[in-house]
Structures are given as structure tokens and as C-alpha cells.
Design a binder for this molecule. Structure first.
Ligand code: PMP
Length: 436
């Protein structure tokens, strides 16, 4: 018997009762290694004393007060902390409760920006195939991942989807990366011209694609070309870093690796590290100043935005990352993780591309790499089977589908906490290989 709407009736998962570091345990006493940080959430692992202390302190003082009446010290300090770590110009933060809310807010921010500036006809959103930007209606419409959208068509916002930004080492050996970057960027320009530049509001993209494609960084110079095209046609660049932001790739903001910056950026998951539900949008002075033109403020709000306890938790998470210099740890441990993944799995017939950045890695699963087919023949549901086997073996990995053509093909995502040690990495990879 279940009363919970979110899970299927024939699947009763174990009940979680505790966790520490990279480990979790259930009510039956089974232990698990959390190699995906949930869904790239638990950046500091579980049970971190500094975060727990910050939450307790805040709850003792005041857990919640509505933003219609009050601000709070943790919310102000968290916003300042984010602005300090962001490049110049990204100076304004909206605190919300999660990733989808952040994406919705970013889209509305872009819309209000153009309305205030006197261009209400700019409403079209362009995003990429094989992208995921959240499950609320606007965010779902923005994402291009077919399986997640198709049950709900037609969606409320009409968005337009162009080619993805990635190049699979084994799949497209006919074309080099530079040509691929050029082709992928041209697909944005062609779509803008087809729709009419004066109707396009924003291009939305994940800096490193997470869930729908398995940790795929963009090809070299792709984002420079994209930024240039957006500037040429006056289109806002919204980067969705809900999964890849906040240190996950070894950079506080994943776009730092690309040498560009967005007009608006969304973050969530690792922002609060799973200790509290929280998300945020950061935007430039240009966007913020436009809000003051007509309406006087951004016409948007949620009951739980800038929640003091959530902000206190996220502030403690971010301060811990900074104090313990965990960004360089992510780079160093990420290199080791990648090397171990490749050494152990690359020769397996069912393992295709292995790619990622920092501590965000994807392993593509295929039917048989040695059959000579290029792109590889995608495996179907192998990731889900592997998730189940790994779980039985005490390892948590995040399965997903949609690697090759947006529907077939699957992969697993690995996103362990930043505090993972080399020994723990060895152990994760040994269990993973055994499970495969
Ligand atoms: N954007 C991206 C890139 C995501 O990975 C996700 C969650 N997987 C979301 C948005 C939605 O975030 P949430 O589940 O917190 O609403």
C-alpha cells in the first residue's frame, strides 16, 4: 500500500534512514555508495557537520518568513557569495526552491526584459534536442528530450529545438570537432533566421549536458560561436547549470571553462547539496536594470523563495567548498576518476563513449562496440538494468536514455560527492565493472 504519488505502485524502494560521507544506509541495514550524489546533488556527501549546524542554528532563530515582508541574513549573504564568485556583471540573484523553478524564472526574466525594453514580439525560445530543463510546463517545453515531452504534447509554450553541441568520439569519426562545432553553431543561426531574429527571445542550453545525454561537454569553441551569434541578433543566452554548476565540473560556474558568460544562469542541485531544496537565477545588470523601467520589479515570486533555512544550508555548503578548496579537489579527483573509468571500462563491448568534466561523468552503453557500426547501435534499457544490478551490489548510479538520437540509446551518469577519496573511487569503479 502506498500513499505516495511519486512512485509506481509495483515498486517499493527501501526506506532510507541514514548517511555519512559518500555512504547511505536503509532501514534493513543495507549500505550503498552514492556514486551519483542522488542526481548530481550531494556535492559534500551526507551528514556534513557544518551544514547541519547552520541549518539547526537557522531553525532555532527563524525557519521561515515571507519575502513580501522580510529579507534575511542567510539569503543576503548567499546572494553576495554567489555574486562574488561570478564574473563581472552577473550581479543579481533570485533565490527559488529548485531547478525547474529557476528555469521558469529565467524564461520569465527574459520575457519581461524584452517587454520592458519595448520588444514584446520577442517571445520565441530556442533550445537543443536532447536537452532537459525541468518538469514544470515552461521548463518541460524548453527541453528537447522526446520521451519526457511526448506524453504532454501539445505543450503550452512553443519552443524550437536545434542540434546538440556534442561530438561523440566513436560515433562521428568522419567529421572533426572543429567542423562539428561550426555545424552545431550554424544550426542556431539558421533557426534564428528561419523564425526571424526580431521574434527570438533567448537561447537556452546546459553548459555541460547532464541527464539526457550523460555528461557531455560542448566541443571546443562551440560556446564562443554561440555567444557571438546571440550578440549579433540581440538574443539572450540563458545557461542552465542546474546540474553542472556550483563546482561539479571543477569550476564554480561551468561556463568559466568556455571563456564566455551568459546573460542569465540557473543553478540548483549542488547549490544546497541536497540539505535543503533551493535553486537560484543569476542575471546581469542589464537584465536587472530593465526590470526597473516599467513594472519597477521582476513580476515573479514563489511562497518559499529566499527561504531562510534553505539559504543558510546553501551558504554553509558554498562556504565549505571555498574553505576546503574543493574546486581543485574536484579537478584532481575528476582526473583520477576519468582515468580509472577508462582503464576499467573502455574495453568492454557494451561501453561506448566515456566523457565528462570534473566529477560529472557519463558512460554510454551500446549493443556491441565491436560490431563495426558507427554511430554505435544504441542499447535500450541497459542503463536501467545496470542501475538495478548496481543497486543490489550497493552502488547508486543514475541511468538515463536518449544518447544517440533522442530516444534510443542509454547511458549512466556518475556524479560522486566532491569529498570522495581515491580509495573510494577505486571501490566505485570495481563495483560498477562487476555490475556491468
Ligand atoms: N535543469 C537541468 C539541467 C536539470 O538537470 C534539472 C534536474 N535534473 C532541472 C533543470 C530541473 O531541476 P529540478 O528537478 O530541481 O526541478
Amino acid at each position: 500500500m502506498t500513499y505516495l504519488f511519486h512512485r509506481s505502485l509495483n515498486n517499493t524502494p527501501p526506506a532510507i534512514v541514514g548517511g555519512l560521507g559518500i555512504n547511505l544506509w536503509d532501514s534493513a541495514g543495507n549500505t550503498y555508495i552514492d556514486a551519483s550524489g542522488g542526481a548530481a546533488v550531494s556535492c559534500l556527501g551526507h551528514g556534513h557537520p557544518a551544514v547541519i549546524a547552520a541549518i539547526k542554528k537557522q531553525v532555532d532563530e527563524i525557519a521561515y518568513a515571507h519575502t513580501g515582508f522580510f529579507t534575511s541574513e542567510p539569503a543576503e549573504k548567499l546572494a553576495a557569495n554567489l555574486v562574488q564568485s561570478a564574473p563581472n556583471g552577473l550581479n543579481h540573484v533570485l533565490l527559488v526552491s529548485g531547478g525547474s523553478e529557476a528555469v521558469e524564472a529565467a524564461i520569465k526574466m527574459a520575457r519581461q526584459y524584452y517587454i520592458e525594453k519595448g520588444y514584446p514580439q520577442r517571445y520565441n525560445i530556442i533550445a537543443r534536442k536532447q536537452s532537459y530543463h525541468g518538469n514544470t510546463l515552461g521548463a518541460l517545453a524548453t527541453g528537447g528530450n522526446i520521451p519526457r515531452r511526448e506524453n504532454f504534447l501539445p505543450l503550452l509554450i512553443q519552443t524550437h529545438h536545434i542540434d546538440p553541441c556534442f561530438y561523440f568520439r566513436y560515433s562521428y569519426d568522419q567529421e572533426d570537432e572543429a567542423c562539428y562545432a561550426e555545424r552545431a553553431a550554424r544550426s542556431l543561426e539558421n533557426k534564428i533566421l528561419e523564425l526571424g531574429p526580431e521574434t527570438v527571445m533567448a537561447f537556452v542550453a546546459e553548459t555541460v549536458v547532464g541527464a539526457t545525454s550523460g555528461a557531455v561537454p560542448a566541443v571546443l569553441d562551440y560556446f564562443k560561436k554561440i555567444r557571438e551569434i546571440c550578440d549579433r541578433y540581440g538574443i539572450l543566452l540563458i545557461l542552465d547549470e542546474v546540474m553542472c554548476g556550483m563546482g561539479r565540473t571543477g569550476y564554480q560556474w561551468a561556463f568559466e571553462a568556455e571563456g564566455i558568460q551568459p546573460d542569465i544562469c540557473t543553478i540548483a542541485k549542488g547549490l544546497g547539496g541536497g540539505y535543503q531544496p533551493i535553486g537560484a537565477v543569476i542575471a546581469t545588470d542589464e537584465i536587472y536594470d530593465a526590470m526597473k523601467l516599467g513594472s519597477g520589479s521582476f513580476q515573479h515570486g514563489h511562497t518559499y523563495m529566499a527561504h531562510p533555512t534553505a539559504a543558510a544550508a546553501a551558504l554553509a555548503v558554498q562556504e565549505t567548498i571555498q574553505r576546503e578548496n574543493l574546486l581543485s579537489a574536484v579537478k584532481e579527483r575528476g582526473d583520477y576518476f576519468a582515468q580509472m573509468l577508462r582503464n576499467s571500462l573502455e574495453d568492454l563491448d557494451c561501453v561506448g563513449d566515456i566523457r565528462g568534466r570534473g566529477l560529472l561523468w557519463g558512460v554510454e552503453l551500446v549493443q556491441n562496440k565491436k560490431d563495426g557500426n558507427r554511430p554505435f547501435s544504441p542499447s535500450v534499457n541497459l542503463a536501467t538494468k545496470l542501475k538495478k544490478t548496481a543497486f543490489k551490489n550497493g552502488l547508486i548510479i543514475y541511468p538515463n536514455s536518449g544518447t544517440i538520437n533522442g530516444r534510443d540509446g542509454d547511458h549512466i551518469l556518475l556524479a560522486p560527492p566532491f569529498i570522495i577519496s581515491h580509495n573510494e573511487i577505486d571501490n566505485v569503479i570495481a563495483i560498477l565493472k562487476n555490475s556491468i
